[in-house]
Design a protein. Sequence first.
Length: 216
Amino acid sequence: MSNETMKIPQATAKRLPLYYRFLKNLHSSGKQRVSSAELSEAVKVDSATIRRDFSYFGALGKKGYGYNVNYLLTFFRKTLDQDELTKVALIGVGNLGTAFLNYNFLKNNNTKIECAFDVDPNKMGTTIRDVPVYHMDELEKVLSDDDIHVAILTVPAPVAQVITDRLVNSNIKAILNFTPARLNVPTSIRVHHIDLAVELQSLIYFLKHYPTEEIE
Ligand code: ATP
């Protein structure tokens, strides 16, 4: 990642892919400029936050004109390394893992699940949407041969840490953890945790206890 990116606050950085996806759609529909109000409506982020986020990118919207779509797109493409394909490994080809293999990540960004791993003899040796499923025994070799540094974890929680330790030793730098397990990793490894059950529960809690206007 460039030094420029390092200065962007993490909360802003997390919104980049969201902005990028929407701007790409705008661009393909031929729009040259967009206001922060339009963006806000589309991505559901308040316009003050959008203006602050965009000021980090050196994109200053003009009153009555808005933001230049091309400028923003070029910035996002560069910042999100969209010119380079990022190969990703998926561990655990269960229901969720299979759904990810069937999902075309390339549609919206330059990321591709390159290989998958499982211990189930019925799954290894197969391919799902052209992605080969290997046995876990081959993990270290395939990751190093294919020069892969990002992994998605969709295994049962009790095996998540053991697999994580192997991933760390295989030079994986980032893990998207879909298991409920909290993973211990060295500080040099970045883990993003998405617990779908918790997210759903939290959504329902907010729905019950906070009127929508109060939700940030
Ligand atoms: P399914 O119905 O296919 O079992 P699931 O998502 O309900 O899917 P889980 O028990 O969560 O099943 O397991 C997810 C996947 O992780 C399964 O395909 C399973 O074979 C695989 N798995 C289990 N243990 C390991 C392991 N140690 N290493 C790699 N993959 C594993």
